[in-house]
Design a protein around this ligand. Structure first.
Ligand code: HEC
Ligand code: HEC
Ligand code: HEC
Ligand code: HEC
Ligand code: HEC
Ligand code: HEC
Ligand code: HEC
Ligand code: HEC
Ligand code: HEC
Length: 468
């Protein structure tokens, strides 16, 4: 247990330590840009050098790429923008105007966040600070952005929800490697995001907004002149546009992949043959799982064939129903197995199972449609159709195992749904027959009643006339 005097001593000591810790910022001097800049100096070593030199303008670390810390909010100013917005030269003014509506328009980031210089100095002396970088080269831009975007602790203080892995991914990509090697035909961060008008991907005006991505990528990748020296084909966009994916994108399906759905935004490399399945499997999990159960998973890997793409293609993926399992000349299997006995036999078995189940499903659908045309009311019809469709979908997934035995269960599921649909139609037809019988019976009874009434009134009439 501490005595009261010990507690008092601890309190006094604490206050003393806090006062000492705050002193360097004050020690620099009471007024001027230098004092304010010193307080934004990052980390203890940098602030030591700042107070030693007495001027943050001479302190390269203050806005340097390493150890960036935030200036206190009340100190953050951006005299760069204040001056540049008044300049008449469009080249000097436009950046300031664009910057003010960009995602970086925060005095804690400021112009100096990218260009360095001294943001407190309201004169052109601002450019004099060590580290001022008015014209980063194409290859230097990624480092400029990475100074913040790879710095988790800095980013967290402004927006804790932003991911910070982009620069690392980008560096691993072919885009990043070519850029680092000095090729200015490959995109750097600013090519895709802009320089002064950068917005988040959720903004419709951003070039990286989902609606604009295919246009952004194809701006280079469909440009024959630009791509000639790399020997890359330039038809990715035109093929994607006509694929199931491109069409689904156009009709607003939020899950349909644009270019980055398969390539990623920052690691834009073509998926390697062995990882294509995982690129597709992000969305087609079930097909991937079934594919991996089958003999192709290992067989393709051994031969360096691109998993899903070997059958479905990459950019012009078409509806799978046009892919044919079997041994006819245009069946996909025959691309590789025209002479292999076992695969041919299995292809035929699979085709028979598929054809059989589909035939029965089609019949059931036609029956339901006819019943509707005949005016039969079947309350369960939409549900029955749904059940058939679900069972068929399952069947198409299981095809990827290439195992006829595994197909038995989903075929049975299709048949069960088909039987259920038929039962509904039969029930409805029987109900109608019963209703018709009831109607004729009622009509018959009414006729008999009517006739007997008519007879009775005729008899009464006759009797009255006889009496008179
Ligand atoms: C008092 C006004 C003023 C301030 C403050 C100012 N600038 Fe400038 N800036 C200019 C003028 C004028 C030019 C063009 C002449 C020159 O290069 O000095 C210029 C040029 C530039 C250029 C382009 C250089 C080139 O060669 O094309 C960049 C980049 C720039 N400033 C960034 C900044 C940044 C970053 C800050 C803040 C740290 C800043 N400026 C502060 C007036 C200012
Ligand atoms: C997100 C980083 C970033 C920010 C923030 C930023 N710039 Fe730039 N700025 C760049 C890049 C990248 C270039 C391109 C360098 C080049 O191509 O020469 C550039 C170029 C310029 C140029 C030269 C324009 C030209 O056409 O040659 C000026 C002037 C300029 N910036 C001023 C500013 C001013 C003023 C601010 C603040 C209002 C600012 N910048 C904020 C990244 C940035
Ligand atoms: C080839 C074009 C391209 C290049 C190069 C590129 N990006 Fe991106 N970036 C994108 C696209 C597209 C998105 C949108 C991703 C999405 O919507 O999922 C994006 C998203 C982002 C985001 C927002 C992430 C989020 O989830 O909100 C940041 C931050 C970012 N990029 C930073 C960078 C940096 C830093 C670099 C350079 C090291 C860079 N980008 C290079 C295309 C690019
Ligand atoms: C001085 C630090 C700094 C530098 C340098 C910097 N950024 Fe940023 N950037 C940020 C911060 C902080 C945010 C988050 C702003 C917010 O959400 O208020 C941000 C946001 C973004 C976003 C929007 C992300 C989203 O989902 O909203 C993109 C895109 C982006 N930056 C790209 C770049 C690119 C490209 C460069 C280089 C040309 C760059 N940044 C340079 C600090 C920086
Ligand atoms: C500024 C032009 C430009 C933009 C924009 C661009 N790319 Fe590229 N891309 C290139 C160049 C150049 C290469 C290198 C070609 C090579 O060496 O094979 C490349 C390579 C690629 C590759 C690797 C091809 C291979 O042969 O390995 C893929 C995949 C790719 N880009 C996808 C994309 C995607 C997705 C986007 C949009 C998010 C995009 N690119 C935006 C210029 C661009
Ligand atoms: C459904 C997934 C998917 C989509 C969407 C997609 N790609 Fe690809 N892309 C691939 C795969 C997989 C490869 C690898 C080729 C291979 O191994 O067969 C590839 C290869 C490439 C290549 C290398 C050259 C080539 O043609 O083989 C480029 C460049 C490319 N894609 C750009 C794009 C662009 C631009 C878009 C958007 C218009 C896009 N991709 C959309 C899956 C896709
Ligand atoms: C050996 C050729 C082949 C390979 C390899 C292959 N598929 Fe298929 N895929 C087919 C066939 C055949 C069908 C069914 C066609 C039909 O409806 O009769 C199909 C159907 C599909 C369907 C539509 C059916 C559904 O469940 O919605 C998707 C999606 C699909 N495949 C994705 C993939 C993915 C992802 C991969 C890689 C993991 C892949 N496929 C690998 C041949 C292949
Ligand atoms: C970002 C998610 C996503 C990725 C990645 C993706 N797809 Fe798709 N795919 C979809 C969506 C959504 C549809 C449904 C389109 C529709 O029916 O409107 C679809 C449809 C399909 C179909 C047609 C299914 C049918 O009913 O006939 C095939 C085949 C297919 N994709 C194969 C692939 C292959 C192969 C890859 C990888 C090269 C791939 N997909 C990557 C989302 C994706
Ligand atoms: C892109 C070429 C390609 C296509 C298309 C293809 N296969 Fe294969 N298939 C292979 C390879 C490679 C192997 C592995 C052979 C090996 O390892 O000896 C294989 C193996 C098989 C096996 C296992 C054979 C065994 O001996 O166990 C069967 C069964 C099979 N395929 C059926 C099919 C069917 C059915 C289709 C059509 C839906 C099809 N394949 C489409 C390339 C293909």
């Amino acid at each position: 247990m501490r005595s009261p005097s010990q507690k008092l001593f601890a309190l006094v000591a604490g206050v003393f330590v806090a006062a000492v810790a705050m002193s360097p910022a004050r020690a620099v001097g009471p007024e001027g840009a230098a004092a304010a800049s010193a307080s934004i100096a990052p980390g203890p070593s940098a602030s030591a050098s700042a107070s030693a030199s007495g001027s943050a303008s001479e302190n390269p670390a203050a806005w340097g790429p390493q150890g960036r810390v935030l200036p206190p909010a009340m100190d953050a100013t951006n005299s760069c923008v204040a001056c540049h917005i008044t300049l008449t030269d469009q080249k000097l003014r436009a950046p300031a105007k664009e910057f003010l509506t960009s995602v970086h328009s925060d005095d804690r980031i400021g112009c100096a966040g990218c260009h360095h210089g001294d943001p407190r100095d309201p004169t052109v002396g601002a450019h004099k600070a060590v580290g001022f970088d008015p014209h980063p080269t194409h290859a230097e831009v990624p480092d400029m952005c990475a100074a913040c975007h790879s710095n988790a602790s800095f980013m967290r203080t402004i927006n804790s929800r932003l991911p910070i892995g982009e620069p690392e991914l980008y560096r691993l990509s072919l885009h990043g490697k070519l850029t680092a090697a000095g090729d200015d035909q490959a995109p750097n961060c600013a090519t895709c995001h802009g320089k002064h008008d950068i917005l988040g991907p959720s903004s419709p005006k951003s070039p990286v907004n989902r609606a604009n991505i295919a246009t952004l990528c194809s701006g280079c990748h469909s440009d024959g002149k630009r791509m000639a020296k790399y020997g890359l084909r330039t038809d990715q966009f035109s093929r994607w546009e006509k694929s199931v994916h491109g069409k689904a994108f156009k009709t607003g399906n939020p899950k349909a992949p644009t270019c980055i759905g398969c390539h990623g935004a920052h690691a834009a490399t073509p998926p390697e043959a062995s990882s294509v399945g995982h690129a597709c499997g992000r969305c087609h999990e079930e097909e991937l799982a079934y594919f991996e159960m089958g003999p192709h998973s290992k067989g393709f890997r051994k031969r360096g064939l691109a998993e899903c793409v070997a059958c479905h293609s990459n950019h012009d993926v078409q509806p799978a129903s046009s892919l044919m399992v079997g041994t006819t000349a245009d069946a996909t299997c025959m691309k590789c197995h025209s002479k292999d006995d076992k695969p041919r036999k299995i292809a035929d078995e699979l085709a028979d199972l598929l054809r059989g189940a589909r035939g029965r499903a089609a019949e059931a659908r036609a029956m339901l449609a006819r019943a509707r045309e005949d005016g039969l009311h079947i309350a369960g019809a939409p549900y029955a159709l749904d059940q058939i469709a679900t069972a068929e979908l399952k069947l198409r997934g299981v095809v990827h195992t290439l195992d006829p035995a595994r197909l038995q269960a989903p075929v049975a599921a299709v048949d069960k749904a088909v039987d259920e649909a038929k039962r509904l139609v039969d029930d409805a037809a029987r109900t109608r027959r019963l209703e018709r019988h009831g109607y004729y019976a009622a009509l018959g009874i009414s006729c008999v009643l009517f006739l007997s009434l008519a007879l009775k009134s005729f008899q009464l009439d006759r009797r009255r006339r006889d009496r008179s």
